[in-house]
Design a protein around this ligand. Sequence first.
Ligand SMILES: Cc1ncc(COP(=O)(O)O)c(C=O)c1O
Length: 375
Amino acid sequence: MSKFEELVPEHVRALGAYTPGKPLRQAERESGVRMIKMASNENPLGPSPKALEAMRAVMTQVNLYPDNEVSQLRLRLAELHGVRPEQTVVTNGSTALLGVIARTLLRPGLNAITSERSFIIYPIATKAAGGRLIIVPMTNDSYDLDAIAAAIDGNTRIIFIANPNNPTGTMIDVPRMDAFLRQVPEHVIVILDEAYCDFATDFAAARSLEYSHSIDHVREERNLVVLRTFSKAHGLAGVRVGFGLGPAGLMQYFHRMRTTFSVTALAEAAALAALDDLEHFRKTIANNRRGAEFLTSKLREMGYRPIPTFTNFIFFDAGEDAAALSKRIQAQGVIVRPLGPWGIPTAVRVTIGTLEQNERFIAALSRATEKAEVR
Ligand SMILES: Cc1ncc(COP(=O)(O)O)c(C=O)c1O
C-alpha cells in the first residue's frame, strides 16, 4: 500500500471517475474533421442573447467576490415558483447540489436508492459521502417505483429520481409519482431531479399527460427536494448554475454544506437574464420538439426503435457495439454518447440538435452502418 492509499479513506479509494462526453476539440484532433457535439444534452441554439448581455455587464466587476447568498436569483426563483426564498438553494450546477445533498444526509452505514440506467452522478455523489447506493432494476425502460419503495430500509435517507430520466428519456407521470410519494416514509428524502422539466412539460402536453406536481409538494414542505438547472433549456451549461427547492428546515443545512462563493456573479446574472428571455426559451422548446419528431421518424425508418423522448436527447438500441459505432459516427464528424458506462453496451444517446445537426447525424449514422437513409 502506498503512502497515499493509507491516507485516503476506503470509500474515497473505491470511487470511480466520471467519464464526460468527449470534448469537441479532442474529437476534432482524433478524427481530423470538423465536429458537432451531440453527446452532452446541451442547448444547440447557444446561450440566451440576454444572458450574454448580462454577463458582459458584470464582467468589469469580477475583481469582487460574488454575493454568497445568491440573493437576487433566489428571490426571483422563489417568486417564480410560489415558494419562500428560504426554500431555495442555488449551486454551481445541480451536479454540485447532488454532492451537497449526499454529504449532508449520508455517512457510512446509511444508503441511497436509485434505478439502474439513470444519471451517472448518483453513484458518485453517494459513494463520495461514504453511503451505499442500492440500484433497483427498471421495468419498460423506466423507473420501477414499486421496487424502489420495497428497497427502503431503516438506513435509507435518499431516493434519487431523475424525471424525465437520463439516459432513457422516459417520464413518470403525475398519478404514478403521487402514488409512489405516498409510500415513502418520513426518514427518507426524495430527490426529484427535473433537469429536463421544460422539455417534459412540452412533450407531456402534446401527449395529453400531466408531467409533475413537484412544486406543489415543495409548497407543502414535504420530504422532497426538486432539482432544476440552467444547463439545458436555458443554454448555460458552461457557466454552471442550478438550484433546489425544498423544505426550509432541510435547505438550511445544504446552505451550510455548499462551497462558499461557488456561484459566480456571471452565473447569477446570466441565470436571471435567461429567465427573462422567453423568446430564446420558446425557440429552444420548439426546435427540440421538431428535432425529436425528425430524429425519431428517421431512426424508425432505419429500423431502430428509439424510445419516445420527454427530453432533449434520444435513446436507441443500435443492436451492435455502441462504442465502436460511435467511433465510426465520430469519424463522420458527429460526437454521440455510447452507453457502455451505464451497462448498456449496445445503446446510443444522441442530443437533439438544430435541423442541420440532426440531418448530419442521420447521414453520419447511415454511413457508419451502411444503412440506407429513407428520404
Ligand atoms: C438528470 C440530470 N440531472 C442533472 C444534470 C446536471 O445538470 P447541471 O449541469 O446543472 O450540473 C444532468 C445533466 O446532464 C442530468 O442529466
